[in-house]
Ligand binder design. Sequence first.
Ligand code: DTP
Ligand code: GDP
Length: 226
Amino acid sequence: MSKLFRAVIMGPPGSGKGTISERIAHSFGLKHLSSGDFVRENIAAKTEAGVLAKTYIKKGLLVPDHVMTRLLLPRLEEMTKYSWLLDGFPRTLAQAEALNSACDLDVAINLNIPLETLKERLQHRWIHPPSGRVYNMCFNPPHVQGKDDITGEPLIQQEDDRPEALVARLRHYKDVAKPVIDFYKAKGILYTFSDTETDRIWPNISTLLSTKISTIQSDARCASTH
Ligand SMILES: Nc1ncnc2c1ncn2[C@H]1C[C@H](O)[C@@H](COP(=O)(O)OP(=O)(O)OP(=O)(O)O)O1
Ligand SMILES: Nc1nc2c(ncn2[C@@H]2O[C@H](COP(=O)(O)OP(=O)(O)O)[C@@H](O)[C@H]2O)c(=O)[nH]1
């Protein structure tokens, strides 16, 4: 019998959460759950929470905690049979507490990337809004400039990735994330990775998860023989 594995990945905008989550999902077979994707799906489907969320996002604000938890926790309840990695949630202490009452986490990955690196990356981030695919004009450029690799549709730059919006966004992140980081530190599940390159962070995350996942599975095997 193998026990399920639950992790969250945190970090400021541009820290590589999406990029690293894709690698984790691919290498370890976890489901990658992105809060941003859930929000976009709800907006597109015009659900009650989606309609509400849109009014905040249009103003460049985070979606309030009670809307976000209402939108996200039912999705997690559908995932009880799967191991998953949650990207983009929790962003506040209230969200971390709500998640904590819904399930036990095994690992919280925290990406600590210098401010100058984040600014540089986000200036070159282009996305394909319908799919959420993310490109970087230097790190992972599309095959054809300005076009999505799969559909050939145009790529756009998000308003809030522009340099003027970035500094305020990053400052806000720091203020809100600190209590979340402290919360997971106190639980003994926080793992922080600091570097300027995803390719240097990735081997360390991969080693951590290999160790954690095999420990959990052998604990589950012991429990089932007792
Ligand atoms: N946990 C959350 N709490 C509040 N609002 C959220 C949360 N997750 C997502 N949202 C809302 C606000 C975001 O601007 C929007 C899109 O989220 P997301 O795709 O994570 O993009 P983002 O541009 O804010 O993050 P990043 O730059 O870190 O990738 O959805
Ligand atoms: N130059 C460079 N760009 C990177 C690196 N890692 C990720 N990126 C790019 O930086 C941008 C932000 O990464 P993303 O995964 O979207 O971060 P998120 O906002 O935390 O989800 C994207 O355009 C990525 O392609 C890296 O090591 N070097």
